[in-house]
Ligand binder design. Structure first.
Ligand code: HEM
Ligand code: HEM
Length: 225
């Protein structure tokens, strides 16, 4: 028989800012890939700037935001990863109020790849008419190198996104853990003994987002250098 502590209860694990960040990033990245294929470079740049803003926001939110969004909370060592994998194959109930020990590292990889993708884009050119806003700082030869990296990183990003989506689906299909609903609604069913994460104010998120947008704007319009 199940004890009191094992009864399941709904908890809010993902705050609204983290969820909005996730789905906005998905939208911007899909749009970045589509616009470049259509040679809509101005739109490509705009979706790129927005992706950069989102990632800057998320890096700061990972330091001062809700408990479940914090890097210190979800970046764990190899022992925790091994423990997580054992629990998964034992089909233990999901007790995570943040990313699991494996997913946490994937999140960091995704964020760093998007940051690198956006940053190299600022210096890139398309050999025809479009130049990233920071092209004048480096000149054509270096811009071409940045463009090559922009291409390479976009391949790595595509692979990482494919792994990410495959992993999320595998958790659902193979291990019976639904991660998608919580990323949509914020809510997750957890064993009663698991404490809810402490959530930070959405106003703080809004302020951080505004500063991130201002920073990207200042870089892109070259107000800083
Ligand atoms: C361009 C494509 C995508 C990118 C760049 C991306 C990136 C990310 C990032 C950075 C996080 C961490 C969220 C945070 O802590 O702020 C995350 C989590 C998550 N993503 Fe995605 N994602 C993409 C597509 C998708 C898609 C299509 C799905 C749905 C099938 C999805 C489902 C999830 C879920 C469920 C989580 C939470 C995982 C957990 O509970 O640990 N993602 N994603
Ligand atoms: C972070 C989001 C971004 C993503 C996902 C992204 C993705 C891509 C992809 C997939 C390509 C084409 C690679 C190929 O054809 O194989 C590309 C090319 C390019 N991107 Fe981005 N990019 C981003 C941000 C930016 C930014 C912010 C700029 C500049 C403002 C930029 C400027 C360029 C340029 C100049 C090219 C070369 C186009 C060509 O050779 O025709 N990108 N990008």
């Amino acid at each position: 028989m199940r004890g009191e502590a094992d009864a399941m209860a709904e908890r809010t694990v993902w705050d609204l800012p983290t969820r909005l960040f996730h789905w906005a990033l998905v939208l911007c990245l899909v749009a970045s890939f589509l616009t470049v294929k259509l040679h809509e470079m101005r739109l490509h740049a705009w979706f790129g700037y927005t992706s950069l803003t989102l990632v800057l926001f998320r890096l700061v939110w990972g330091l001062v935001g809700s408990e479940s969004a914090r890097f210190v909370r979800f970046l764990r060592g190899p022992a925790a990863v091994a423990n997580h994998l054992r629990g998964l194959f034992r089909r233990d109930p999901d007790r995570e109020i943040t990313h699991n020990a494996l997913g946490g590292w994937a999140v960091v990889a995704l964020l760093l790849l998007v940051l690198a993708q956006g940053t190299t884009g600022l210096f890139a050119n398309d050999d025809i008419v479009f130049r990233g806003p920071l092209f004048p700082l480096v000149g054509k030869a270096w811009s071409d190198r940045f463009t090559t990296w922009h291409y390479r990183i976009s391949d790595a990003l595509l692979i990482m996104v494919a792994v990410h989506v495959a992993a999320v689906l595998a958790y659902r299909i193979l291990f019976g853990r639904d991660l998608i609903t919580p990323m949509l609604t914020g809510r997750k069913r957890l064993p009663g003994a698991v404490a809810s994460p402490r959530l930070a104010s959405p106003w703080l998120a809004f302020a951080i987002f505004a500063v991130a947008a201002g920073t990207v704007w200042a870089v892109v319009t070259r107000q800083l250098f």
